[in-house]
Design a protein around this ligand. Structure first.
Ligand code: TRP
Length: 364
């Protein structure tokens, strides 16, 4: 069946730089590498509803935003199938069968689920749908026979859970499902980009995000206000690079050619860090450098977004076609699953004939 990618995002907000370095940029590279036979990118609205049941409008509104973010980053619908999860009902049926292969205690041990339960204040009153979303994510992945799931490290427990379900299924019902592998970002700084305030993660509620759809001015404002080394009070003071958000972002975004273009006094990032550590390098200078790099990276994305924004019905049309294509693939997997589980009764002449014979014998 070849090498197949499946990955996705919950449509609960616009996508930001954390998504971009953590997965979006990589997806586009993977797409353009030609190394994959199929690429599916899922807007996981049904998963988003598992913890937004009371706010479906938020999810509904953000499907388009996420689609625009994908397109503007260079996901090309001619090469990658963009689909909306809820439009593939086959995923529900797969989830229903997979639920039997997972225990409650195994789900309780899933580190990502654990963290999210705390974050959402769900302790003691966990919605069942939310609790079981790792199972539904296993359906997302296996429905498309995905071999490769490019995602951030927070998704590792989901992929592990999927692999367990696949092994269990294949063990009981025979070799049917494909065991996927996660593909983590290759740059350590991209594993988890901190918020502009230095907090562990970009999050809408903390207001520490740089969005892909932000204007150039908004990006500059965010960079100006970025958390640095709180003890680096005077330019002449020695500064800390570790835990300094501006440098973490440079680790993620800076390439050697940026020095020639924007900061020719330094040959590379190591030189810049050394100077900062020694003292005599001001935060503003480093921030201006980062701002120039981010502007260069984001300008073409913003421009493409403006183009797509001119024809929103066409974007929905693309999503509809992607969902239809994806549905065909998922239906084929579901057929194989039903066959492996031997619940394809009406196609099972052996079953029907054997039972008919047995009853015939009884009658005579
Ligand atoms: N859980 C992912 C997130 O929160 C979204 C997602 C849903 C996903 N289904 C997936 C990611 C399948 C990878 C593969 O971002």
């Amino acid at each position: 069946m070849g090498k197949i990618i499946l990955t996705g995002d919950r449509p609960t907000g616009r996508l930001h730089l954390g998504h971009y370095v953590g997965s979006l940029k990589r997806r586009v590279e993977l797409q353009n590498s030609g190394a994959f036979d199929k690429i599916y990118i899922m807007i996981a609205d049904a998963q988003a509803l598992t913890d937004n049941a009371d706010n479906p409008e938020k999810v509904r509104q953000h499907i388009l935003e996420v689609a625009l973010d994908y397109l503007s980053c260079g996901i090309d619908p001619a090469q990658s199938v963009i689909l909306i999860q809820s439009q593939i009902p086959e995923l529900c049926e797969l989830s229903f069968y997979y639920m039997n292969l997972v225990t409650v205690s195994r789900l309780q041990r899933n580190p990502t689920v654990k963290t999210e339960i705390k974050m959402r204040g769900f302790e003691g009153s966990i919605p069942v749908g939310f609790f079981t979303y790792p199972v539904s994510q296993a359906a997302d992945i296996t429905a498309f026979n995905a071999t490769t799931v490019p995602a951030g490290e927070d998704q590792e427990p989901m992929i592990e859970q999927t692999r367990e379900i696949v092994r269990r299924f294949n063990n009981i019902y025979g070799e049917t499902l494909v065991e996927p592998e996660i593909l983590l970002p290759d740059n350590a700084a991209c594993l988890r980009l901190p918020g502009t305030d230095g907090k562990a993660k970009m999050s809408k509620s903390l207001g520490n995000c740089i969005y892909l759809s932000d204007s150039a001015e908004e990006v500059s404002q965010r960079v100006k206000g970025m958390f640095t080394d709180p003890d680096h009070l005077r330019v002449s003071d020695p500064g800390k690079v570790e835990g300094n958000t501006v440098f973490t972002y440079l680790d993620a975004f800076c390439r050697p050619e940026h020095f020639a273009a924007f900061l020719p006094d330094y040959a590379n990032l190591e030189e810049l860090k050394t100077h900062y550590r020694r003292g005599g390098l001001g935060d503003m200078k480093v921030k201006r450098f980062l701002d120039a790099i981010l502007q260069e990276e984001l300008a073409p994305i913003r421009a493409r977004r403006h183009e797509y924004e001119k024809d929103i019905p066409a974007v929905y049309d693309m999503l509809k076609r992607g969902s239809e294509t994806a549905r065909e693939a998922a239906a084929a997997t579901l057929d194989r699953v039903r066959h492996a589980m031997r619940i394809d009764y009406f196609a099972d002449e052996q079953l029907i004939n054997a039972q008919a014979q047995a009853y015939n014998r009884k009658q005579s």
